[in-house]
Design a protein around this ligand. Structure first.
Ligand code: MTE
Ligand code: MO
Length: 187
């Protein structure tokens, strides 16, 4: 009786230990599986974002491709110094977009506003700087366009939006997959 009882107790003990270990294992597994999601950093891949965000320290406006298509477009033909080809882009002048966040343009572009600049960033984190004066057609000759088509077609891997700066001899400021434009002041 004593021996059988011992064997029985031993078995029950083993089963309980086994269950506890299983429970612990599943707990550890579930915590480990949940960790990468909690640790996830903001995406750094270069998947094109669909919207364009325009902002200054007070306001921010987001344009979806559909919002953007509804705005009045202009078309320009420019020589791309990188591909050595003539390209026709259609889009919205950046000044027209900036007016929507009340950026100082035209007669308001003087004094402190002359120290205003823009940071245009692509989905890969590539950023370029333009002065506000360069973007204002009342001030500067060259055109700065946020394009959504080239030669009548959507921009494909460079889209949905791309910056075009006609004065530049190299298209290094022609930011592909443009996703944000921030207005800042150097003063
Ligand atoms: N988002 C993004 N845009 C970018 C770049 C980049 O690295 N990332 N490189 C720039 C540079 S230096 C050049 S020369 C052109 C090249 O564009 P292309 O390959 O379409 O001629 O894209 C410009 N726009
Ligand atoms: Mo370049």
């Amino acid at each position: 009786m004593g021996k059988r009882n011992m064997i029985l107790r031993n078995m029950i003990f083993r089963i309980m230990v086994g269950r506890t270990m299983l429970g612990l294992l599943s707990l550890v597994l579930s915590v480990c599986c949940a960790l990468p999601a909690q640790d996830a950093k903001p995406s750094t891949d270069s998947t094109p974002q669909t919207s364009l965000v325009l902002s200054d320290e007070h306001a921010s406006v987001t344009f979806t491709p559909a919002d953007f298509r509804a705005l009045p477009h202009v078309s320009l033909t420019v020589h791309n110094g990188h591909t050595d080809a003539s390209e026709t882009y259609s889009g919205v002048p950046l000044a027209t977009l900036l007016a929507k966040v009340n950026a100082p343009l035209g007669k308001d572009l003087r004094g402190k506003a002359m120290a205003s600049y823009l940071v245009a960033t692509g989905s890969d984190g590539y950023s370029v700087v333009l002065s506000l004066a360069e973007v204002d057609p009342d001030f500067h000759q060259g055109q700065v366009l946020v394009a959504d088509t080239r030669d009548g077609q959507p921009l494909g891997k460079n889209g949905p939006f791309q910056l075009i700066v006609t004065d530049d001899k190299r298209p290094a400021r022609w930011v592909h997959n443009l996703q944000s434009i921030e207005v800042r002041s150097a003063k």
